[in-house]
Design a protein around this ligand. Structure first.
Ligand SMILES: Cc1ncc(COP(=O)(O)O)c(C=O)c1O
Length: 479
């Protein structure tokens, strides 16, 4: 039955969200406040609402207003904690439209518009990398291409890394799918990689011990000229190398590996080259920072998260391959109820993905970027990196605070004093007070405070006030 109150309910929800956005942005609320789960469940009347039903009108309005109080305020300019976007409000409308239309496009017929937009966004990313886009089914002129790029959008970068490694495995060892792993396969991963890569090796049954760390310099960047010796040693020990991973950029401090040099070594040794650009894909689209990803076009696969630096609501990520056949052949299972010969004007995305049913991830990405325009997007990405660099310069001249490295993206690490435990205590107090929300990380064998300057409204004054607050807390904690 159609909810006859839909229009007025939707209007109430939008009004509440608009007010929320306004209040979050002008700092009327704490950026973070964490009551217990018990209190939240009680305050929201979850159990009585489930029992009584009829979540509409004032009941809905009250619930939404209460719910909004329990949220972490991502739109607050002092949200600087994690690599999760501050979504563009227009992109959030994409989530809303997707939720109602529910065009779960495992197969084309389940969501022609959602599939078309996903494929268009994949082509947009392929072109930015420097690869050939997928010819669009139904286009009046069919280009005669032997090979071109391909991709699929996934629910997050972790799943995208997993998908890329499945594609690498099927390309390098096609018989593994049926026969299973042989136990002698290794993947070379930078120390500073996101944990999802090591987890992927475990999930694929390759054995975590077969995830080999690549030698790195003191900042954690891969040293490419150490790779040939490592490859030789591994081969001598009877290992087969499935893939080498480059970070663009690493998770902790946001540094980019020298992709062009790693790629050349992969090419020479015929090893799959995977680039994890989940966080750092912004450099692919910004001419100013493109040098950081030089050589990315020589990768076999790239992971790109739109829900990090592209102002897209979670989740919206992509795995992209230089040769579409590698993704099309990655999964060789059958699902006869979905996959059968059929004439259709589009293509089925489920052939390329871990997921079967999937939401309109491309729609959210498209609406977020289309709201800003490419120029607006580039200005945003560039301004966040510049602010991190400016903040590091400000810290450089303070004698009680230090940065471990000059930022290359919007990630800024620093610490006050040398005591690891003290950094954790400071963050704990900051979060308890709720006026700033930052994270911490392990890096260079020490604990650092960490800001991800992802909010478009954060300024240098916010960072200066954060440092003022940190000094105050440090003094209160004593020596
Ligand atoms: C470099 C890198 N890769 C992958 C991921 C995982 O992405 P997701 O959280 O979308 O699964 C992250 C998350 O921060 C990351 O920084």
């Amino acid at each position: 039955m159609i909810n006859k109150n839909f229009t007025s309910d939707a209007k109430n929800v939008v009004d509440a969200l608009a007010n929320y956005l306004h209040e979050s942005k002008n700092g009327s609320h704490k950026v973070i406040d964490q009551p217990t789960i018990f209190d939240i469940v009680n305050d929201l009347d979850i159990e009585p609402l489930l029992e009584s039903g009829g979540l509409t009108g004032d009941k809905l309005k009250n619930f939404v207003n209460q719910y909004l109080k329990t949220t972490t305020k991502m739109h607050h300019n002092r949200y600087m904690a994690h690599q999760v976007s501050v979504p563009h409000p227009t992109g959030s409308l994409g989530s809303f439209i997707d939720g109602l239309t529910n065009n779960a496009m495992a197969i084309y017929e389940m969501g022609p518009g959602a599939t078309a937009i996903e494929i268009h966004m994949i082509n947009w990313m392929l072109k930015k990398i420097g690869w050939i886009p997928t010819p669009l089914p139904g286009a009046p002129k069919k280009p005669q291409l032997k090979s071109y790029g391909g991709g699929v959008m996934t629910n997050g970068g972790s799943l995208a890394n997993l998908t890329a490694m499945v594609a690498a495995r099927s390309a390098m060892f096609p018989y593994f799918w049926r026969d299973g792993n042989t136990g002698d396969v290794v993947v070379l991963v930078p120390e500073q990689s996101h944990y999802s890569l090591r987890r992927t090796i475990g999930i694929l049954g390759l054995g975590e011990k077969n995830c080999v760390s690549i030698p790195a310099d003191e900042d954690g960047r891969v040293i490419p000229n150490k790779l040939p010796k490592l490859i030789k040693k591994l081969k001598k020990n009877g290992k087969q190398i499935m893939a080498i991973v480059g970070n663009a950029c690493g998770t902790a401090a946001g540094l980019y590996d020298p992709l062009d040099e790693i790629g050349a070594i992969c090419k020479e040794h015929k090893i799959w080259f995977h680039v994890d650009a989940a966080h750092g894909a912004g450099a692919i689209v910004c001419d100013e920072y493109r040098y950081l990803v030089n050589g990315i076009e020589n990768a076999d696969s790239v992971v790109w998260d739109a829900h990090k630096m592209f102002r897209t609501p979670v989740l919206s990520a992509a795995v992209l391959v230089k040769d579409y056949r590698h993704l099309d052949n990655a999964f060789t299972q059958e699902a006869s109820y979905l996959i059968h010969d059929k004439e259709q004007p589009g293509t089925d995305q489920m052939m390329r993905a871990v997921e079967c049913t999937k939401s309109g991830l491309g729609l959210k990405m498209f609406m977020s970027i289309a709201a800003m325009g490419e120029k607006g997007l580039i200005n945003y990405i560039s301004s966040r990196t510049k602010l991190a660099i400016e903040a590091a310069k400000y810290i450089e001249v303070q004698n009680d605070i230090e940065c471990p490295v000059k930022p290359e993206t919007c990630i800024l690490c620093f610490r006050i004093g040398k005591n690891d435990q003290r950094q954790l205590e400071i963050r704990k107090k900051l979060l308890k007070d709720g006026n700033f929300y930052i994270s911490t990380t392990d890096y260079k064998n020490a604990r650092w405070l960490r800001c991800v300057i992802i909010n478009p409204d954060t300024t240098i004054d916010d960072i200066k006030e954060l440092i003022y607050e940190i000094r105050k807390i440090n003094a209160e904690l004593g020596t």
